[in-house]
Write a new protein. Structure first.
Lengths: 69, 201
C-alpha cells in the first residue's frame, strides 16, 4: 500500500512499548499491532489523535506516502 | 419468532429432508445393485406427457356462475418406463443424480446454517457455499433438460402417439441458481466490508 505507517519508529524514538501505548490510547494490543505492521485498512481520526497525543507527535510523523512502483 | 428459532427450525427441516432423501437413495441403490427390481423402493419411473398438435379441441365448460371454466384434456398420458428394460436405465440414473444433487444442496444449506453466526454474519466460507449451491441449482436444471430429452427420445421411438412431449418444468432451478449466485456476490461484498471494518483501527 502507498501509505507507510512509521509507528514503530516514533515509538522507538519515544522509548514506548506497544503494550504501554495500547493502554494509554485505549485500543487493544492486537489492533495496535495491525496498525504497526501496516495491515490496517483505515484509521479513525480519534485513534490518530490519541496516538499523536500520547507520542507527542504529528500525524505526518506516523504516516507517510510512498508511491507504488 | 426470533431469527435464532427460525434457523433451528430450518436446520431441523433440512436434517429431516436429508435423512429421507438419503434413505431413499440408499434403498434405491441397494435394490438396483442387488437386482431386486420388484422392491417398492425401486419404483418404475412415470412421466406426465401431453400429445401436442392433436386437432381435437377440448370442450370448455363453465361453472354455474360462469366464474370458472374447465375442460377435460384427452391428450394427457402417464408414461411409465418399465424398470426391467436396459434402455430405461438412463432416466433412472438421472433420477439418482438428481437425488444426489438434492442431497448436496441440503448439505450445503446445512453447512451455511451451521456457519451462520448472527453476531458476525459475514463469513467468507458462506460465500463459497452459496456459490456452490448456485452451481448445484443450475446443474439440477441441466439434469432436468437431459432427462426431458432422454425421456422424449425413448418415448418417441416406442409410442406411436404424435407430438407426445414430456411435461417438465425447466428453468426454475436456473433462476433459483442465478438468484443464489447474485445473493452470494452481494454477501461477498458484505464480507469485504466487514473485513475493512475489522481492519479499521
Amino acid at each position: 500500500m502507498a501509505i507507510i505507517v512509521n509507528l514503530d519508529v516514533v515509538m522507538a524514538m519515544r522509548k514506548m512499548s506497544l503494550t504501554e501505548l495500547s493502554e494509554r490510547v485505549g485500543i487493544t494490543l492486537s489492533n495496535l499491532s495491525i496498525l504497526k505492521t501496516g495491515r490496517a485498512k483505515a484509521i479513525r481520526f480519534e485513534t490518530l489523535e490519541a496516538i499523536c497525543r500520547e507520542l507527542n507527535c504529528q500525524p505526518g510523523d506516523i504516516l507517510a506516502y510512498q508511491p507504488d512502483e | 419468532m426470533k431469527i435464532k428459532h427460525l434457523i433451528t427450525i430450518l436446520k431441523f427441516m433440512l436434517i429431516l429432508g436429508f435423512i429421507i432423501v438419503g434413505a431413499s437413495l440408499i434403498f434405491m441403490l441397494y435394490n438396483l445393485f442387488t437386482g431386486n427390481t420388484n422392491s417398492r423402493y425401486l419404483t418404475a419411473t412415470s412421466y406426465e406427457m401431453q400429445a401436442f398438435g392433436l386437432k381435437e379441441q377440448p370442450v370448455k365448460l363453465y361453472s354455474a356462475d360462469s366464474s370458472i371454466s374447465y375442460a377435460q384434456l384427452n391428450d394427457h398420458y402417464k408414461v411409465t418406463l418399465e424398470k426391467n428394460k436396459t434402455r430405461n436405465a438412463l432416466p433412472m440414473l438421472l433420477s439418482i443424480f438428481r437425488l444426489l444433487t438434492a442431497l448436496a444442496i441440503m448439505w450445503i444449506f446445512l453447512r451455511i446454517l451451521k456457519e451462520l453466526d448472527l453476531s458476525r454474519p459475514f463469513h467468507p466460507r458462506i460465500v463459497r457455499y452459496a456459490k456452490i449451491a448456485a452451481a448445484l441449482f443450475i446443474f439440477t436444471d441441466v439434469l432436468n433438460l437431459v432427462e426431458y430429452n432422454v425421456v422424449n427420445s425413448i418415448v418417441h421411438k416406442a409410442v406411436p402417439v404424435p407430438y407426445l412431449s414430456y411435461l417438465k418444468e425447466i428453468g426454475s432451478s436456473t433462476i433459483t441458481g442465478v438468484i443464489t449466485f447474485l445473493l452470494a456476490v452481494v454477501y461477498q461484498r458484505g464480507v469485504q466490508l466487514q473485513s475493512d471494518q475489522d481492519l479499521t483501527i
